[in-house]
Design a protein around this ligand. Structure first.
Ligand SMILES: [Zn+2]
Length: 229
């Protein structure tokens, strides 16, 4: 919280359980003490619009405005941000690419607002979220957090391993899946089991799909128009 952060984009990034939302809450709390108005947006999982709270993994909460994850969020966000100088976004990776959150963040920063965003650094396959686009590249500051590796205990986890009930790594599935303790396990580089590598070992090169669901090509759609994930 600096006096010269006006017009800045500040991204708080890291794996699951690295304290991203807690850090954002801490920053916003300081604005609250300083009597500065802010608004915090949270992505809706079911596209409903309501006032609720961002609850961090340690159970702390922060009032937030829940907005749709598609392009219809734009007018709601711009309207609700009109009279504040600080705008926060929680879990930017959940917004769809069509919502263009990075573009919206730049627009708000151009209005001289301070924009904060928390971003899960990598998906469960160890790849960046396409939906977050170039947000990190346009950030004025990046607060990079690590978590405690649940396997070796080092304070250096940067990966979010998706695990099943038995604790084994999940190899395929949707990139976006809301989950908490028990479904994700922060891992350091040495302890992270890359789903692409495991798939390759299990199925051989022909079947391995880099941990992601295969893209279904709609009939008649030219292959080059298939969106990349
Ligand atoms: Zn480790």
């Amino acid at each position: 919280m600096n006096g010269d952060d006006h017009g800045s984009i500040i991204v708080i990034t890291g794996p699951m359980f690295s304290g991203k939302s807690t850090e954002l809450r801490r920053i916003l709390k300081r604005y609250e003490i300083a009597h500065k108005d802010f608004v915090l947006f949270k992505p809706a999982k079911d596209n409903r619009y309501s006032d609720t709270e961002v609850v961090t993994h340690d159970g702390l909460s922060q009032p937030a405005t829940v907005v749709p994850v598609d392009e219809s969020c734009r007018s709601i966000i711009l309207n609700a941000s009109k009279n504040v100088s600080i705008v926060g976004f929680d879990e930017v990776q959940f917004w769809e690419k069509s919502a263009d959150l990075p573009g919206l963040a730049r627009e708000l920063a151009l209005q001289d607002k301070t924009v904060y965003a928390t971003l899960l650094n990598l998906d469960f396959t160890g790849k960046p979220f396409q939906s977050a686009g170039d947000l990190l590249n346009h950030a004025n500051r990046v607060i990079s957090l690590t978590a405690v590796c649940r396997k070796c205990g080092s304070d250096n986890a940067v990966y979010s391993q998706r695990i099943d009930e038995s604790g084994s790594p999940v190899l395929t599935g949707e990139t976006i899946k809301v989950g908490g303790e028990g479904e994700y396990s922060p891992r350091c580089r040495k302890c992270f089991l890359d789903p692409s590598t495991l798939l390759l070992k299990r199925d051989g090169p022909a079947k391995a799909t880099a941990g992601r669901d295969p893209i279904i090509v709609p009939p008649g759609m030219p292959k080059e128009r298939v969106p990349s994930i």
